[in-house]
Design a protein around this ligand. Structure first.
Ligand code: PLP
Length: 390
């Protein structure tokens, strides 16, 4: 077998030196405070059986899609599911991608053109950054959730390109940030977009299933969907399965089918993935799904009350979502604290630099509907004990 080139081996050694060498763990290791399965749908038997039911009712016996959706891979469930997503999320159209990563690189690499500008929140997800890197547009980041900084950036690029009437400005944010768990003031951002005639793109990966009636997401909770150019929704988080969709106008849908390379040059999702997404939506809107969402929000409120009671709130980034990050500076330090949780059979992951900026390393607690109050109380007490020792 060929040897890894020396310069690549050196990069691995550099990672090891800063205690940030990644390796594959064994899945969930203990009581789950780290997965994205916020409502427990990934292991939900009702959803599993409903998906099988959908396949057998339609007599679909397919192990794979057999090709790109533009060739042989566009099975019958795609249209049904895209119509369901379009109606549920009050959009003009929905286009399914194989993952949120694929959706973001497809959208950002194909839509913004050479003369256009992308202004993105500095904490935006890596998949959006990668898509932006593949685009020919100019890009600038604005300070996290900072409207004044965004406003200043828009004014600056408007002034510079005043003569270019064809230029679009895309503003990009997430409705719940994946590493911080906090949210921008979406209404105020949309007002800015309207004022300056910019296009707003919102990644809703971590808000679908949690916010809005039936878990429609933050954008619909705030009734902002009409003004938004594109929403990215993903099915691998609260929906407990896999895949993603871009919600937008019918013209955007047509454009992506023609130009988004991560949509065109890949095999479509298999029918059982689509049936599982359908079953997950069915569950999410059922009384049982509502109960899970209520339990999750009770746990979020309890977590926030307990960290206040224990006097450790100031170590956390304020959040009302499932994601709660406690800043513990240094890769070694945050890894040590995470290790103590793992020894007590709690799966809580350290997020290291360079995934987050140096000095902002953190323990990331993901809360679920199935976590118990006793466990939340225990982990926060243990955390308070560890913080006091730092
Ligand atoms: C904000 C955000 N967008 C997109 C993605 C990618 O989604 P997927 O896991 O479906 O590729 C993630 C996943 O971590 C995410 O957190």
């Amino acid at each position: 077998m060929g040897h890894l080139p020396e310069k690549l081996r050196k990069r691995l050694i550099e990672r090891k030196k800063i205690n940030a060498l990644r390796s594959l763990p064994k899945g969930i290791q203990g009581i789950d405070f780290s997965s994205n399965d916020y409502l427990g749908i990934a292991k939900n038997r009702i959803v599993f059986e409903k998906a099988i039911g959908i396949l057998s009712e339609k007599e679909i016996v397919n192990n794979g899609a057999t090709g790109s959706r533009l060739l042989t891979g566009n099975g019958i469930l795609f249209t049904e599911l895209e119509n369901l997503l379009r109606d549920f999320h009050c959009a003009d159209s929905a286009l399914i991608f194989n993952s949120g990563y694929d959706a973001n690189i497809g959208l950002f690499s194909s839509v913004p053109q050479r003369d256009d500008i992308i202004l993105y929140d500095e904490f935006i997800h890596a998949s959006i950054r990668d898509g932006i890197k593949m685009s020919n547009a100019r890009d600038y980041k604005f300070k996290h959730n900072d409207l004044a900084d965004l406003d200043a950036h828009i004014l600056r690029v408007k002034e510079k390109g005043a003569s270019n009437k064809n230029r679009e400005i895309y503003i990009v944010t997430e409705s719940v940030f994946s590493m911080d768990g906090d949210s921008p003031d979406l209404k105020a951002i949309l007002d800015l977009c309207r004022k300056y005639k910019c296009q707003l793109i919102v990644d809703e990966a971590h808000s679908i299933g949690l916010f809005g009636s039936n878990g429609m997401g933050r954008v619909q909770e705030l009734e902002l969907q009409e003004g938004i150019f594109a929403r990215i929704i993903t099915f691998g988080k609260a929906l407990g399965c896999h895949g993603a969709a871009i919600l937008g106008s019918e013209d955007l849908n047509k454009y992506l089918i023609n130009y988004a390379r991560s949509f065109i040059y890949t095999t479509g999702l298999p029918a059982h993935s689509l049936a599982t997404i359908m079953a997950a939506y069915h569950f999410m809107t059922s009384p049982a799904g509502l109960k899970e969402r209520d339990l999750l929000h009770e746990n979020i409120a309890y977590f926030n009350e307990e960290k206040e009671r224990l006097g450790i709130s100031s170590f956390f980034i304020p959040s009302s979502s499932s994601i709660h990050s406690c800043i513990i500076k240094g890769n070694n330090e945050v890894k040590d604290v995470a290790q103590k949780f793992i020894k007590n059979s709690f799966d809580i992951r350290p997020i290291l630099s360079p995934t987050v900026p140096k000095g902002e390393e953190r323990l990331r607690f993901c809360l679920h509907s199935f976590n118990t109050k006793e466990d939340i109380c225990f982990i926060l007490q243990q955390l308070a004990h560890e913080i006091n020792k730092l």
